[in-house]
Design a binder for this molecule. Structure first.
Ligand code: SAM
Length: 200
């Protein structure tokens, strides 16, 4: 039967926590697959924010979004051409209490015309993870797909693992989904924000 893929598990964890009318964030929209998944979970009363630093990624996401579902089943889509590190500036106040999931799929934009030298960078990724955890509603989830198999991705993956390990338990609970026999394969880290904030 096999296990869920890393992306499948990220979708399961996010989908289990989202309800119609929620807000969700795709922090690295790329080809728009995760944006579309989030849109399907939150429906027409919801709002999805999609960030990317590449214009072609936003264009692909917009096209994918518009062609995949009838208009009346789509949530509001807020496309942001800019780094996810500045996320807090873009999420409207009224969206924050309904923010149930923030998804990161790190690395480079896949596809024949994509520039694979444009990759996510450790410093902005860590800033965006901190911002996401602050913005999520209690019980909301942060999913991060990491790629240790490409240059730059290995340091970023190690730094994100370190970030998650050192999170105070009162802030959230982190889990790791990984194939230990294949250390260079992509893996998933997820953090569920504590339902009730505790001091520790
Ligand atoms: N989630 C996408 C999908 O479903 O198709 C795949 C994302 S792809 C693996 C990674 C994306 O991160 C690329 O499109 C890249 O341009 C984007 N990216 C890199 N640095 C970024 C940053 N600082 N802020 C937002 N997006 C960034």
């Amino acid at each position: 039967m096999g296990f869920l893929s890393v992306l499948g598990m990220a979708h399961k964890l996010a989908g289990d926590r989202l309800s119609p009318g929620d807000t969700a964030v795709d922090a690295t929209c790329g080809n728009g697959n995760d944006t579309l998944f989030l849109a399907e979970q939150i429906g027409p009363r919801g709002r999805v924010y999609a960030f990317d630093i590449q214009e072609q990624a936003l264009r692909r996401t917009k096209e994918r979004f518009a062609s995949a579902l009838p208009r009346e089943r789509l949530p509001e889509l807020c496309l942001i051409h800019g780094s996810h590190a500045g996320m807090a500036m873009h999420i409207a106040e009224d969206s924050r209490k309904r923010l149930g999931a923030v998804m990161f799929n790190l690395g480079f934009l896949p596809g024949p015309e994509a520039d694979t030298s444009i990759i996510t960078k450790t410093a902005s990724t860590l800033a965006a993870l901190d911002a996401s955890l602050g913005l999520l509603r209690p019980g909301g989830i942060l999913t991060i797909v990491l790629y240790p198999g490409h240059p730059g991705g290995d340091q970023e993956a190690a730094a994100v693992e370190q970030w998650a390990s050192s999170l105070p338990q009162g802030a959230g609970q982190a889990v790791l989904y990984r194939m230990p026999q294949k250390p260079a394969s992509p893996f998933l880290l997820a953090v569920e924000k504590k339902s009730i904030q505790t001091k520790d």
